[in-house]
Design a protein around this ligand. Sequence first.
Ligand code: NAD
Ligand code: WQD
Length: 345
Amino acid sequence: MTKPRILVTGGTGYIGSHTAVELINAGYKVVIIDNLSNSNRDVLDGIEKITGVRPDFVEADCTDMPALTALFEKYPDIKGIINFAASKAVGESVEKPVLYYRNNLNTLMNLLDLMPRFGVKGIVFSSSCTVYGEPDSNPVTEAAPIKKATSPYGNTKQISEEIITDVINSGAPFKSVILRYFNPVGAHPSALIGELPNGVPQNLIPYLTQTAIGIRKELSVFGNDYDTPDGSCIRDFINVVDLAKAHVIAVERMLDDKGEAPVEIFNLGTGIGLSVLELIASFERATGVKVPHKIVGRRTGDIEKVWADPRHANEVLGWKAETSIDDTMRSAWKWQLHLREAGIM
Ligand code: NAD
Ligand code: WQD
């Protein structure tokens, strides 16, 4: 039986492209909308090489209501949406809050507006562990309090969760699964798709792999005086392919009406907290490549430690992060080598 079509907004981006692959592998038809503000169309070649199928692609902005409406008219078989499209740089959001509120919230509201009109049964939303701020205790369950956001980016995730809940409570005829990602890292094992950071990376793994290959001189470790065993911050690094697979399960759950509530929320993490220094050690062990690094002062606004309690997703979705951190680090390195071979960076 052919499966329905899924609209993947932001589908040429990092997590969206890995999810498009898993959707296609699971038999779904995929249409991607992306404005290419933080990705490029070559990603479609990577998806096609991995799956043997080229997803349909519409280059347009989700804040452009006429363009989005035209997409739904062109693809009346869309039954589910995964909404990745958003601006995601925390620092930039502090500088350009209106851009962030406009892009992230208008994208979501346009989709929510059009769903009933075109008979779309559900929307999966990319949220973030950033909604927990500095948690009172770890691991963090979905019941942990939402802390005041420390950036406009983080605030867009909190507000988006509230918008979805309000719209569904108003009686909207669709379901939603909100997924709170911890720290997605790594790349597809084929190294045909991965993360493509713009400019100097702000996130740990792209900076680390660029240092290992010699693009950057040295990785700065932001702080070794935190209240953690080795003094560096602790995160829950989740493999991007494992993360992508959870979206396929979430889509199936919405389309088959298997949810326990019209809006469900799941943490997506490994349940293992790893420090920045432990992560560097894992990379060096897994690849045999040294990462020049030095300890510098704390980065303003950093969370000291946060890792997931993923049991809700494990038990209810039947999903579990499976890839070891060493395999994930090998995939990140293979991707960095691919970027060099392809002359991209
Ligand atoms: P990404 O930047 O690689 O992908 C987002 C894609 O959306 C890009 O291809 C971009 O061009 C596109 N886009 C942005 N605004 C758009 C618009 N208005 N219309 C059409 N396309 C638009 O980011 P990612 O890391 O893949 O993140 C995907 C989602 O997951 C985002 O919502 C992000 O906030 C969320 N998230 C990411 C992380 C992370 O660490 N990567 C963690 C938690 C949550
Ligand atoms: C991880 C750790 C840094 C770079 C961000 C967003 C969050 C979410 C995921 C979307 C921290 C340390 C980093 C470096 C370092 N995104 N680090 N040297 O801060 O956990 O989360 O991305 O929702 O909202 O805030 O991720 O990769 O930036 O940092 O020592 O050059 O690595 O201090 O402890 P973070 P990150």
